[in-house]
Ligand binder design. Structure first.
Ligand SMILES: NC(=O)c1ccc[n+]([C@@H]2O[C@H](COP(=O)([O-])OP(=O)(O)OC[C@H]3O[C@@H](n4cnc5c(N)ncnc54)[C@H](O)[C@@H]3O)[C@@H](O)[C@H]2O)c1
Length: 499
């Protein structure tokens, strides 16, 4: 297959010291790299062959203009299983894939702590990238990816598939062009879905020999794993994951940035939050109850997250699901359990994955919106953009992903910065009438679990400058310490200058 050839390592020039500390580029990267020309088949490898890797493999295997050629996962039972299913090559080490000139594009569906380093390595190896949400584990490393992507001529897409839903354009037209519900006052978002304890072991989890744990850990700190499972539940350990705020929260906040703000707001100008990991007493540390208020240059957004069922004894339905919490905060209808409400002067737009609904001030439905088959659409949009060599075609370009992830990263920072729960301080953080109503509801829903509000932590208002991506003002130091992490020596995320 003929491929055009270009010089590689454009954006990493000048950062050799940091890059070499990763030990990868000097030793094994190919001397030249290629990119796919128009109408050529894109040869795709999936890095991270877990739950999402399997879903994306299915979508890429049926997309037009691409072919799955390799899988990598430090748990080689997983990469082998998917490789066998799709007649592709299996690797344990992603660097083998990055060294392979027969791979044009990589999909990064690893755990969150690997997203940025894997993206930077992939760009340096000349690959196009589809990276899952959240873009980053810290806001600083996301910025390095944005800088690197801007300097490269590679296509870098972000995995928030709702961006490819035609529903979003219809909702925006309804809200902003037709102004069908009048002026937007604020947004109230929820992820109220139940989960369970991850367990709490007395001795660290032993891993099978088929897993290269050093590679799995990558940039994260080497800490004993005291939960019951290695896979998936890393989400709830801040060493590797970003909690529910950085999981479902990113999808919902990204929808809000798109539909309500029309991408006019990058990140918030202040954040205040409260939360805690309550009831379960397990080995995880991310909050299972978390609520936050984001102030922006235009209207504010509030978000609530809970992984608890409605009551301690809530029975599961036939599908094994329990009912989660609900939030009204002064509205005539419950907000979607997984979605957001754009609260307008003349009614409410209730947005969810796959659907939307507008109701009047009394809660009566006035219009419904139906979504498309978003994962295949999103994957096809990436493949088409790669073949056209046109990042401008992407429905979810990486910088957009950086900003949407930023909202979740900020809410997590406010949780980390939290101390003794201070209801008075929380109330006075915002003048919006619905904010104390929402806090009341969160507190009331904890009561049946015998959880008192003072078992949560709360933050002061952290002022943030979207232009510099730094906290400013009285609590600047409190917030800024969480913008970047310390990396393990072999897996340092390099600093990439803007120009
Ligand atoms: N867009 C969506 O709707 C959506 C849905 C689910 C998950 N996700 C995202 O996908 C990612 C994976 O989530 P999941 O649910 O599949 O978790 P998972 O634990 O099932 O899979 C993650 C996999 O990555 C592997 N991995 C770790 N380090 C790696 C490395 N260096 N190279 C290659 N693989 C490595 C792990 O061994 C594991 O198999 C997460 O970032 C998650 O946020 C997105």
């Amino acid at each position: 297959m003929p491929h055009s050839q270009i010089d590689r390592r454009t954006f990493l020039a000048g950062t050799a010291a940091t890059v070499l500390s990763s030990g990868v580029f000097a030793a094994s990267a190919p001397a030249r790299s290629t990119f796919v020309a128009a109408n050529e088949e894109v040869r795709v490898a999936i890095l991270g062959a877990g739950w999402r890797g399997g879903q994306l493999a299915e979508a890429f295997s049926t997309a037009n203009g691409c072919r799955l050629v390799a899988f990598a996962d430090p748990d080689e039972t997983l990469s082998k299983a998917l490789a066998e299913k799709y007649s592709a090559t299996a690797h344990s080490d992603l660097r083998k894939v990055l060294d392979d000139p027969n791979v044009d594009a990589v999909v990064i569906s690893t755990c969150n702590h690997w997203h940025c380093l894997a993206t930077l390595w992939a760009l340096d190896a000349g690959k196009d990238v589809y990276v899952e949400k959240p873009l980053s584990h810290t806001q600083w490393e996301g910025r390095q990816v944005v800088n690197a992507a801007a300097k490269s001529d590679r296509i870098v897409a972000f995995g928030t598939q709702q961006r490819s839903d035609p529903l979003q354009a219809k909702a925006k037209k309804f809200l902003h062009e037709e102004k069908a519900l009048g002026k937007i006052k604020y947004v109230q978002a929820n992820r109220l879905g139940t989960r369970a304890s991850v367990g709490k072991r007395a001795t660290p989890l032993k891993l099978p020999k088929t897993t290269d744990y050093d590679l799995w850990l990558g940039p994260a700190a080497d800490q004993p794993i005291l939960r019951d499972k290695l896979h998936y539940d890393w989400h709830w350990d801040f060493n590797t994951g970003s909690g529910e705020m950085g999981n479902w929260g990113v999808h919902i906040l990204d929808d809000i940035r798109n539909v309500a703000y029309q991408d006019s707001v990058t990140t918030p100008k202040s954040i205040v939050a409260a939360g805690g990991r309550v009831v379960w007493n397990d080995a995880a540390n991310s909050p299972n109850v978390h609520f936050a208020f984001f102030e922006t240059e235009t209207f504010p957004t509030m978000i609530t997250i809970s992984n608890l069922p409605r009551t301690p004894n809530e029975k599961a339905n036939k599908k094994g699901k329990q009912r989660g919490w609900s939030v009204r905060a002064g509205m005539p209808v419950d907000g979607p359990a997984s979605g957001y409400v754009v609260v307008c002067e003349g009614g409410y737009y209730l947005g969810q994955r796959h659907k939307g609904r507008a109701v009047d001030l009394q809660g009566k439905t006035i219009q419904t919106f139906k979504g498309g088959d978003i994962v295949p659409l999103h994957v096809q949009n990436f493949v088409d953009s790669v073949r056209a060599r046109d990042a401008g075609m992407l429905n979810a370009p990486v910088e957009m992903g950086h900003h949407s992830t930023g909202w979740a990263n900020l809410a997590n920072i406010a949780f980390h910065a939290g101390a003794t729960y201070n209801r008075g301080q929380l109330d006075s953080a915002a003048s919006l009438e619905a904010w104390p109503l929402l806090i009341d509801e969160m507190e009331q829903q904890l009561a049946p679990f015998n959880v008192k509000p003072d078992q949560l932590v709360s933050s002061p208002v952290l002022k943030h400058d979207p232009a510099t991506e730094q906290f400013v003002g009285e609590h600047a130091e409190l917030g800024n310490q969480f913008l970047k992490r310390t990396y393990r020596e072999k897996f340092v995320v390099p600093e990439i200058s803007k120009s």
